[in-house]
Design a protein around this ligand. Structure first.
Ligand code: IDP
Ligand code: MG
Length: 151
């Protein structure tokens, strides 16, 4: 059993496709462990994408991520990281196959609608950045479950 961090980015929230994206994860067999709508400040966006800080598009990326609410989620299941990346599709929607989320919902690499962790290590780091596991319930940010079930 593995967990991964998935985030509907501001363009996805703005377009009203959170439910459609959640549906694809549920349909695939993932179990939702935690979810919240939130806004990201520049510090969190820069930390989340720290590995890309030398890229020429880093400033644009941080502006994009902080431009509106995001929907942060933890999904769990066997090979959750790789299964989520397969559902999400390639980074550039031009290359993402139809049937993947980016292939079906996005057209441009700079606004590709959804994020998924690229390794179990990244997933742990990102879950730690976005979720406080010591808070079983956060009434302001939304409903959060505690530890993943043993199923
Ligand atoms: P990933 O989201 O598929 O893991 P990464 O290479 O980690 O892809 O890039 C992180 C995010 O940075 C992408 O999802 C996309 O939003 C943005 N990004 C990647 N390449 C470009 C680019 O060439 N121009 C603008 N934004 C980009
Ligand atoms: Mg990445």
């Amino acid at each position: 059993m593995e967990r991964t961090f998935v985030m509907v980015k501001p363009d996805g929230v703005q377009r009203g496709v959170i439910g459609s994206i959640i549906n694809r994860f549920e349909q695939k067999g993932f179990k939702l462990n935690a979810i919240k709508l939130m806004s990201i400040d520049h510090a969190l966006a820069e930390e989340h994408y720290r590995d890309l800080r030398m890229k020429p598009f880093f400033g644009e990326l941080v502006d994009y991520l902080t431009s509106g609410s995001v929907c942060a989620m933890i999904w769990e299941g066997p090979n959750a990281v790789a299964n989520a990346r397969a559902l999400i599709g390639k980074t550039n929607p031009v290359e993402a196959s139809p049937g993947t989320i980016r292939g079906d919902y996005a057209m441009d690499v700079a606004s590709n609608i959804v994020h998924g962790s690229d390794s179990p290590e990244s997933a742990r780091r990102e879950i730690g950045l976005f979720f406080d596991q010591e808070l079983p319930m956060n009434p302001i940010m939304g409903f959060m479950q505690g530890e993943p079930s043993a199923e």
